[in-house]
Design a protein around this ligand. Structure first.
Ligand code: NDP
Length: 257
């Protein structure tokens, strides 16, 4: 009985920014659990590379070109996805940008608005578009990728815009969970620590940064993509059927100190 609660056979899922990194890990986790999964990324080439990587592993994944900041495109993709598959069961809002290492006093309007637009607005536009279909079906699970940066202030890199955007994602998660909880739609978030992705590889050449990141982590290491994807998979399935409005911190203990 219990292992069945972690399976997603017959279900459909879409992962934003799913062409690479943590998003692609989520695509693989959901597909391995039996879901029919789509990658939605603003970069068609990245999405197709991700799809090809999944094909090599035996998973047939759809691709949609979608910029999460473009509400018309988000709505079109939601319509097209449901037209094709008849339903949307799982939405993972993973698309996000950091543009770190910019002190607050030098942040331009463009910089601030861009990060908030992708990370917070984009998450909401997708929750609204896909959530409408879930509410009609009285069933669905949304998992937003937040960050430990929504709870703590990272050091030494300055990124007030990113931290604020992720705190917003966490509270949006709770707000939607409260509005939609009685209507069959669960909304949760995952708040990762530093994950060992190509994007973060520069830290191995920056001793000050490395020491701050790893020295600030009780487990003494970065996380792996699969250590986030596994939690997303859990939240997406019936194993988490009583969970909504939770922000699950997956940080090797970073927020303990
Ligand atoms: P990546 O940059 O590897 O992947 C993010 C994906 O989202 C990319 O394919 C990117 O495309 C895409 N994307 C960016 N903007 C948009 C947009 N407007 N519409 C659609 N897709 C878009 O990042 P990670 O895998 O590292 O991060 C994934 C999520 O996890 C983010 O929300 C991030 O904030 C969060 N996170 C990451 C941590 C880490 O240490 N890596 C730690 C904590 C949270 P492209 O690159 O072509 O722009």
């Amino acid at each position: 009985m219990y292992m069945e609660m972690f399976k997603l056979g017959g279900q459909t899922a879409l992962v934003t920014g799913g062409g690479q990194g943590i998003g692609l890990g989520c695509v693989e986790a959901l597909a391995e659990a039996g879901a029919r999964v789509a990658i939605a990324d603003h970069n068609q080439g990245v999405a197709e590379t991700g799809r090809d990587a999944m094909k090599k592993k035996g998973y047939d994944v759809d691709v949609f070109k979608m910029d999460v900041t473009n509400t018309a495109e988000v709505n079109q993709v939601a319509d097209a996805f449901v037209k094709k598959h008849g339903r949307i069961d799982v939405l993972v809002n993973n698309a996000g940008i950091a543009r770190s290492m910019t002190p607050a006093e030098t942040v331009t309007d463009e910089h601030w608005l861009n990060v908030l637009d992708v990370n917070l607005n984009g998450t909401f536009w997708c929750c609204r578009a896909f959530g409408n279909y879930m509410l009609k079906a009285k069933s669905g699970a949304i998992v937003n990728i937040g960050s430990m940066s929504g709870f703590i202030v990272n050091k030494p890199q300055e990124q007030a815009f990113y931290n604020a955007s992720k705190a917003g994602v966490h509270h949006l998660t709770k707000s939607l969970a409260a509005e939609w909880g009685a209507r069959g739609v669960r909304v949760n978030a995952v708040a990762p620590t530093y994950i060992d992705t190509p994007l973060n590889a520069f830290v191995y050449d920056d001793k000050k940064m490395y020491d701050a990141w790893i020295g600030g982590t009780p487990m003494g290491r970065m996380g792996k993509i699969e250590e986030i994807a596994s939690v997303v998979l859990f939240l997406a399935g019936q194993g988490a059927s009583l969970m909504t409005g939770s922000v699950v911190v997956v940080d090797g203990g970073y927020t303990c100190w």
